[in-house]
Design a protein around this ligand. Structure first.
Ligand SMILES: Cc1cc2nc3c(=O)[nH]c(=O)nc-3n(C[C@H](O)[C@H](O)[C@H](O)COP(=O)(O)OP(=O)(O)OC[C@H]3O[C@@H](n4cnc5c(N)ncnc54)[C@H](O)[C@@H]3O)c2cc1C
Length: 383
């Protein structure tokens, strides 16, 4: 196992930092929907979208590890950049690249890599959070169309994205085997969404409504018996989010490190105090340990193209916890300044906090780890 970042990987990370400094940083001031779409197009021009998507679909064809290194680098620069790189590389787009038809790759993956399109992922429902397979949203084939009825909640970036990958049921058995997925454009008849609810990190989470929502049958990605398939690709999405948490933790650590060297109390730098030094040391230990677990999980994708579930869950559980603690310690080191919204740390903390909930809560990942190490069934359903 090679623990070193290669010269090529370092070049990729430096190129991302340079694109940020030269082209993207001035664009960040415009956080309107149109502003975000402009950033997305500029990122495509800089080769920062579709990082691990196949070259035949307009992607860069990078291995998962290189992809995560770039997502993490962009996240340290600005969370919105890490988010866009993630969603167009390890996000819902991955399921279309993996299981889609040539026509679906042409209509969705290619424009996603060009920054012309964004895609949300819609799994969660009011009665189906951690128990995702309890979802009720239904899809019915009707001639050349597929008709959806139901409701999703807590879906991210719906206002900025033009379509969603919607997990839904294609049968009436009530079992997980009914679950498939449909690509729903946000201008489809019968589709609407709420105005959004702000989360702790000031991002909007949306409810989606499907009221006899009709889309072409050619938008069906998988028509049942697909939950396992969808979740194996979703593990790459989980690692994309984990790379973002690492990026935010790293940015917070570096910020606090500099602050500790400059802030003076009792006639000395606060970095002179052992209480501060040990916090910084703990932050660095956690950051490096999390990084190793994320790299290991990403490297596991070299075998099958998809990351190993156990290693993904281990990386997620450790990093989500470590990132919360690192961001919290960074705020502590910066005192009242760190707690204000003038400083970037409160937002970083709020953002990584969500990582213990989305993409499977930490408790759900620990259930999966325990089932794997004990060799037991992971079903949580009441018998
Ligand atoms: C920032 C953010 C962005 C999100 N974006 C999206 C998105 O884009 N698309 C989407 O579909 N969803 C999204 N979600 C929703 C997310 O996937 C769900 O919140 C998550 O699956 C948990 O569901 P829940 O919130 O209903 O919690 P619940 O399932 O109600 O869980 C409540 C608590 O019970 C615990 N619990 C539940 N079952 C078990 C068990 N068997 N063992 C132990 N503990 C258990 C949980 O860990 C949690 O602590 C997002 C959430 C957040 C916070």
């Amino acid at each position: 196992m090679d623990f070193q970042i290669s010269a090529r990987q370092r070049e990729l990370m430096e190129a991302a930092q340079e694109a940020f400094a030269r082209r993207l940083r001035p664009m960040l001031e415009d956080s309107t929907v149109e502003g975000v779409r402009k950033i997305r197009r500029a990122m495509a021009e800089q080769g920062l979208l579709g990082l691990n998507m196949p070259e035949s679909c307009g992607g860069l064809g990078l291995p998962l590890l290189d992809t995560l290194l770039i997502i993490r680098t962009l996240q340290t620069c600005a969370p919105i950049l890490g988010g866009l790189a993630h969603r167009t590389s390890t996000g819902a787009v991955g399921a279309i690249a993996e299981y889609g038809t040539d026509d679906q790759r042409r209509r969705f993956v290619e424009p996603l890599c060009r920054g012309e399109l964004g895609i949300s992922i819609a799994i969660t429902e009011p009665e189906a959070g951690s128990a995702a397979t309890a979802m009720k949203t239904k899809a019915r084939i009707d001639g050349d169309s597929v008709v959806l009825n139901g409701r999703k909640q807590f879906v991210s970036f719906v206002n900025v994205n033009e379509c969603s990958l919607v997990y839904c049921r294609f049968g009436n058995s009530g079992k997980a085997s009914d679950i498939g997925a449909v690509i729903v454009p946000h201008d489809a008849p019968g589709f609407s969404h709420s105005r959004g609810t702000l989360n702790m990190a000031d991002e909007l989470l949306f409810e989606l409504y499907f009221d006899d929502c009709r889309v072409p049958r050619s938008n069906v990605l998988l028509d049942g018996n697909a939950f396992g398939k969808l979740i194996s690709v979703y593990n790459a999405e989980r690692l994309g989010s984990v790379a973002r948490m690492l990026g935010s933790a790293q940015a917070s650590y570096e910020f606090a490190l500099e602050y500790a060297k400059e802030r003076r109390q009792f006639g000395r730098d606060i970095a002179d105090f052992q209480g501060i030094q040990w916090m910084l040391a703990d932050m660095r230990v956690k950051l490096d340990a999390a990084q190793m677990l994320v790299y290991r999980a990403a490297a596991s994708a070299q075998q099958t193209g998809l990351p190993v579930p156990l290693e993904t869950s281990i990386a997620k559980v450790f990093t989500a916890k470590a990132a919360k603690e690192i961001c919290d310690d960074a705020i502590q080191i910066c005192g009242a300044n760190g707690y204000t919204k003038e400083y970037p740390l409160a937002h970083r903390y709020a953002e990584v906090r969500g990582g213990s909930i989305y993409g499977g809560t930490l408790q759900i990942h620990k259930n999966m780890i325990a089932a794997a190490i004990l060799g037991r069934d992971n079903s949580q359903w009441k018998k």
